[in-house]
Design a protein around this ligand. Structure first.
Ligand SMILES: C[S@@+](CC[C@H](N)C(=O)[O-])C[C@H]1O[C@@H](n2cnc3c(N)ncnc32)[C@H](O)[C@@H]1O
Length: 349
């Protein structure tokens, strides 16, 4: 994600999508088995990025917990992301944001973990409630270059199969580690970008536009053909069916079972604004900023190592500025899909 808080400012689509998971999180907290003693309640937020979009879910969980446990029980909140995440921005949000969840909550303790969620993060049987939004779409590795495109859903044949295999393997890996660290009776709510049952995500248009802008950048010698060829996004949406595959046998995977799994179409708020104000430029700029803040840093990883931070920023600027003219030419809503899955760990404490 783009650093220096840029993701926090422009990730409105993700913020809107995650709201669909919030009632499930609240319900899961209301059903938390009450353990005697003063063991802290543990909440984990997997793939928190710079934290802005974590504030609402964690606040909802804390309010629901306080209603059941009173003001004194300690609550530990682990925000987890990759080591090179902009943790400075995350800590700034946790400490300064007007909506920070520690306000008036002296017994809530935020912590951060800089490691991949495709590994073990916390002790066994430890996490009471887990949350993850728009993060598990990101693969542990990019399995193949994609000839002529940057987006896995535009790949075909063996290349597409390699992405499908990687996605399936990563999902099982993620579930295995969470199954181990969830407490018996624990719940994990995962919100992630999805496709419909036919594999359509409705972000294809913006991916095609970005792909075309990158081709222009090669023509203009802003980037080399080799740099372009290495550019592949490591995130792609999945079908509901793909999420349920590990549970097909026995209705459970390791100690996890599915309580809920649905796909929904997400209204595009930028499009709703456009229908009100008629400004194609504003629509295009919002879509371009969403693309830049979420995806440009991943594409920039393919730039030659000799390029410094300023050149990387210039790359993102050029990509962002190339998008609006294409979007304005064919304005369309980005009513992307998202999937919400609620997982329960078997057993009782
Ligand atoms: C699109 S952001 C989502 C941030 C936030 N949860 C939200 O809803 O806006 C995806 C985040 O997942 C993180 N991520 C991707 N792969 C990861 C991994 N293997 N382990 C931990 N975090 C990862 C990225 O670094 C990024 O911060």
């Amino acid at each position: 994600m783009e650093g220096q808080g840029a993701y926090n400012r422009y990730a409105k689509l993700q913020a809107g999508g995650a709201t669909l998971g919030l009632p499930h999180l609240e319900k899961a907290v209301r059903r938390l088995p009450l353990e005697s003693g003063d063991r802290p309640i543990v909440i984990a937020d997997y793939g928190s990025s710079q934290g802005k979009n974590s504030l609402a879910p964690i606040r909802i969980a804390i309010v629901a917990l306080r209603a059941r446990l009173g003001p004194n029980r300690p609550i530990l909140v682990y925000h987890e992301d990759l080591p090179f995440n902009d943790f400075n921005a995350l800590f700034g949000v946790l400490d300064q944001d007007p909506d920070r969840y520690v306000l008036d909550e002296p017994n809530v303790f935020p912590c951060a973990i800089g490691r991949s969620f495709y590994g073990s993060l916390l002790p066994p049987d430890y996490v009471n409630r887990g949350w993850s939004s728009y993060a598990v779409n990101w693969a542990s590795r990019i399995p193949s270059l994609i000839p002529g495109h940057i987006f896995a859903l535009r790949a075909t044949g063996a290349v597409r199969a390699a992405f499908d295999r990687q996605g399936a393997e990563d999902w099982e890996t993620f579930l295995s580690f969470r199954a181990n660290e969830l407490r018996p009776g624990g719940r994990l709510i995962v919100v992630l970008a999805a496709t419909d049952d036919d594999g359509i995500s409705r972000v294809e248009d913006i991916m095609d536009h970005a792909n075309a802008v990158l081709a222009d950048m090669v023509e203009e010698h802003v980037i080399s053909a080799d740099e372009r060829a290495r550019m592949v996004l490591g995130a792609w949406p999945r079908r509901r069916h793909d999420l349920l595959v590990p549970f097909a046998h026995d209705k459970q995977f390791q100690d996890l079972r599915v309580e809920y799994c649905e796909t929904s179409a997400l209204p595009d708020t930028a499009w709703a604004d456009y229908q009100q104000n008629g400004s194609k430029d504003a629509l295009a700029s919002k879509h371009a900023l969403f693309f830049r803040s979420t995806f440009a840093p991943s594409l920039a990883l393919a730039l030659n190592r000799s390029r410094d931070a300023e050149e990387q920023r210039a790359f993102s600027d050029r990509l962002e500025h190339g998008l609006p003219s294409r979007i304005v030419g064919q304005p369309a809503p980005m009513n992307s899909f998202l999937a919400t899955i609620v997982l329960a760990k078997l057993g009782i404490v």
